[in-house]
Design a protein around this ligand. Structure first.
Ligand code: ADP
Ligand code: MG
Length: 355
């Protein structure tokens, strides 16, 4: 059996701008039809990676294939991709319809194909009835949809989206996230979605690639990235976590910095220095001496209490370790600053990080 060909395949790709290494030896394969997010803090190389896929930047080194065809040095218009940028770059003096059909007119596509493709794109992004408006007569979300339609009308095989929702306020942003996800399922083409917002990446994508300082650190499903981060950077960047320094005792146990030995799976050799990542919502807090039913525990003292409505967050000092505990859906505040407590978790909640 032959492997299905990847929509985008990046192999050993590096991009240098003078002395800045913007993208550092990245290998990545994105599947046909996948919703893939490139996630990382500002300046980590996301846009540069996307621009190399689009042909707007050329790699300094490495190879880049789109559906099996080498395109590393091909100009943008020779690639079956389109890009949607955060600044939608709509033509302000043109109507919605004119904005959307612009690319097709440039390529001399004529009626009836022209009208049919424009009508299809308008239908996809639910802008029917707004064809004659100008961009300044549209909301931010509607402008975003015009930008999407303008890309989709070209029938790309891969759609590249560079922080397309960055300019929208939170509520609209969340609505557009759901819309984009539904749209991607409907059209079935590969989406490569760049964002620095980890919640957005978790909520939208089938797989996420986490970047830092030009390097691709980890690729996996949202669940894998969140529950089994492979590095301290990923553990800390995706959601909140407690990173506790530890040393491996055996393949099933590690010794925390405060001397407590806990169960945790790891393939790192005995004696290696590692970190244990414990998500705050996987930790319980109880009065000292209430009896811990299973798993591992630490005794400590409540140092801070933060009420968030849907959750209460406790900062618990346990020896040299400060543990953040998040109790979701808890009614009231049973613990106060200074209370002596025990924090505990199930063995499976502790993820060992070797780098
Ligand atoms: N045209 C350019 N010239 C020089 N440096 C650049 C250029 N484009 C990007 N960079 C640098 O490359 C790094 C990665 O940038 P970028 O890909 O835009 O990151 P991100 O999109 O993740 O914020 C940054 O250090 C940035 O300053
Ligand atoms: Mg960017």
């Amino acid at each position: 059996m032959t492997e299905p060909v990847a929509a985008v395949e990046i192999e050993g790709v590096t991009k240098r701008f003078d002395d800045v290494v913007a993208v550092d030896n990245v290998d990545l394969a994105i599947d046909d039809g996948e919703f893939f997010a490139l996630l990382g803090p500002s300046g980590c190389g996301k846009t540069t990676t996307l621009r190399m896929i689009a042909g707007l930047d050329l790699p300094t080194q490495g190879s880049l294939r789109i559906f099996g065809e080498e395109v590393g040095m091909a100009p943008p218009d020779r690639r079956p991709v389109n890009t949607v940028f955060q600044a939608y770059a709509l033509f302000p003096h043109m109507t919605v319809r004119q904005n959307i059909e612009f690319g097709l007119r440039m390529r001399r596509v004529k009626d009836p194909e022209l009208s049919q493709r424009v009508a299809e794109a308008i239908g996809m992004v639910r802008l029917a009835g707004m064809e004659e408006r100008r961009p300044d007569q549209l909301s931010g979300g509607q402008q975003q949809r015009v930008a999407l339609a303008r890309a989709l009308v070209n029938q790309p095989k891969v759609l590249l989206l560079d922080e397309p929702l960055g300019a929208l306020d939170l509520k609209l942003r969340q609505e557009m996230q759901q819309e984009l996800k539904a749209l991607q399922r409907e059209v079935g083409i590969t989406f490569v979605f760049v964002t620095h917002d980890q919640e957005e990446a978790l909520a939208m994508s089938e797989r996420i690639g986490v970047m830092s300082e030009g390097r691709l650190l980890q690729v996996g499903s949202p669940r894998e990235i969140y529950e089994r981060p492979s590095s301290r950077f990923v553990a800390d960047f995706i959601g909140r976590t407690n990173l506790i320094e530890a040393t491996v005792e055996s393949s099933g146990t590690v010794r925390l910095a405060n001397g407590v030995v806990i169960e945790a799976e790891t393939s790192a050799p005995a004696g290696s220095d590692v970190a244990v990542s414990l998500r705050p919502e996987r930790i319980r807090v109880q009065s000292r001496g209430a009896g811990v039913s299973a798993g591992a525990s630490l005794d400590g003292e409540v140092g801070d209490v933060t009420y968030l409505g849907h959750a209460v967050v406790y900062a618990v000092t346990a020896g040299p370790t400060l543990v953040e505990v998040r109790n979701e859906g808890e009614v009231g505040e049973p613990f106060a600053v200074g209370d002596e407590v025990t924090v505990s978790w199930d063995h499976g909640a502790a993820a060992v990080i070797a780098e």
